[in-house]
Write a protein of this length. Structure first.
Lengths: 214, 189
């Protein structure tokens, strides 16, 4: 019984090691398994249709046990990038960075510089929320809503079967498939912001970045 | 009476003084906290649309993809994406082959290589719901099946896939229900 469990775990680890995975979970060597590994990014209209919601998840495939000790790293800043004029360069950013049990948010504001290296403008709109454990703590500040803490991984996919197909040991998906991410958690950052503050109307281009302090 | 008044006044003045000292301390603390946000933060990972780096970027280039700004990604990565999608899917094997969006390998990878998520501020936000295409990404969107259809399904991928066992992973929903209100994601396990 134990041996087979270990075997399954080993095979699973081998699959993960061989094939990069899923939405953005462990997508590249430099980020994989670190506190700066983005697993997913969502942007959708809020319950209040005047608002838009941004979700960034990091540190995927956390078991319930691992979740209790997982934490946001204070040297990692998560940055939502918003391009309002269709040139794929950020015109606005919302920056999230943890410190002493709280997640601090700056923005949305126009960054001093665009691109790979960022600073935080402490004169920008500043908000904060206590980092949650299992029960969600929500902050309403500056017309926005904020959350940071562990959540069920919202991503779903039969990743194990996809790995087998790409690896040449299977020729197609099973029906029904099995959600490889069932029962696992991520660390989530959720921001709800008035559309009027991020372009108002039309289409924006957005992406999320994890940046580590130099 | 007068003496009492003076005493009270003295206490009040003294407590004001103490309070302002405390206020000063708080200000100092705030300055200390804000200085902790100084410094330069250097990019490690980035993501726009789901699974793009995972599926389309060659193994040796995955870190480079994460540190190439979106406005430069198309020029650097489109041809790699096109080579990889043709190697991955028989649905693009013949000249002129297209996917369900009417895009051939060059056009589809040209769209994907710039890895940003397009989001509408004017209405339904969904990766694909049968009508709206790439107007956002909602939690319940079955993005992997949409991408599999566009990669493996061919011209009629939505209704008559060329590779039916490859164009749906048959996992169509999350293992927990999402919330209708903020923070929308389900509680952790």
């Amino acid at each position: 019984m134990k041996k087979s469990k270990i075997l399954v775990a080993t095979v699973f680890a081998a699959i993960i090691g061989l094939i990069t995975i899923a939405a953005d979970h462990i997508d590249a060597p430099d980020a994989s398994g670190t506190t700066a590994d983005i697993t997913d990014f969502y942007a959708f209209e809020a319950e209040d249709t005047n608002n838009l919601v941004f979700v960034a998840n990091v540190q995927g495939l956390l078991s319930p046990t691992a979740t209790s000790t997982a934490s946001f790293a204070e040297n990692v800043m998560v940055e939502f990038n918003i391009d309002t004029n269709a040139d794929n360069v950020e015109d606005l950013v919302i920056q999230a960075i943890p410190k002493d049990g709280k997640m601090y948010f700056f923005g949305p504001y126009k960054p001093n510089t665009t691109g790979l290296n960022s600073t935080i403008n402490e004169m920008a709109t500043k908000s904060e929320v206590a980092i949650s454990s299992s029960t969600a703590i929500i902050a309403n500040q500056n017309g926005m809503k904020f959350f940071a803490g562990p959540r069920d991984d919202p991503f779903f996919m039969d990743f194990a079967r996809y790995g087998a197909i790409i690896g040449g040991t299977a020729t197609g998906f099973n029906n029904p498939g099995a959600d490889t991410f069932a029962g696992t958690n991520v660390l989530s950052i959720v921001v709800e912001v008035p559309k009027s503050e991020i372009g108002g109307t039309g289409t924006i281009n957005t992406w999320v970045e994890a940046k580590t302090k130099q | 009476m007068k003496i009492y008044k003076i005493k009270y006044l003295a206490i009040a003045v003294f407590s004001l003084f103490v309070m302002s000292c405390n206020n000063d301390d708080k200000d100092d603390d705030m300055i200390k906290i804000t200085t902790d946000f100084s410094g330069t933060f250097v990019q490690k990972d980035q993501m726009g649309r789901p699974a793009v780096n995972t599926v389309f970027v060659s193994a040796a280039s995955k870190d480079t993809f994460n540190t190439t700004i979106p406005s430069e990604q198309g020029a650097v990565f489109q041809s790699m994406f096109e080579t990889n999608i043709k190697a991955l899917s028989p649905a693009y094997a013949n000249a002129g082959d297209k996917n369900a969006l009417g895009l051939d390998a060059a056009a589809f990878t040209g769209l994907l290589a710039t890895d940003v998520l397009n989001v509408s501020l004017d209405g339904k936000t969904t990766f694909f719901d049968g009508t709206n295409v790439l107007t956002g990404r909602a939690l319940a969107d079955d993005v992997i099946t949409v991408e599999l259809i566009l990669i493996f399904g061919g011209e009629e991928g939505l209704s008559n896939s060329e590779n039916p066992t490859l164009s749906d992973d048959n996992v169509s929903a999350n293992d927990k229900n999402f919330l209708t209100s903020f923070p929308y994601l389900a509680s952790p396990w």
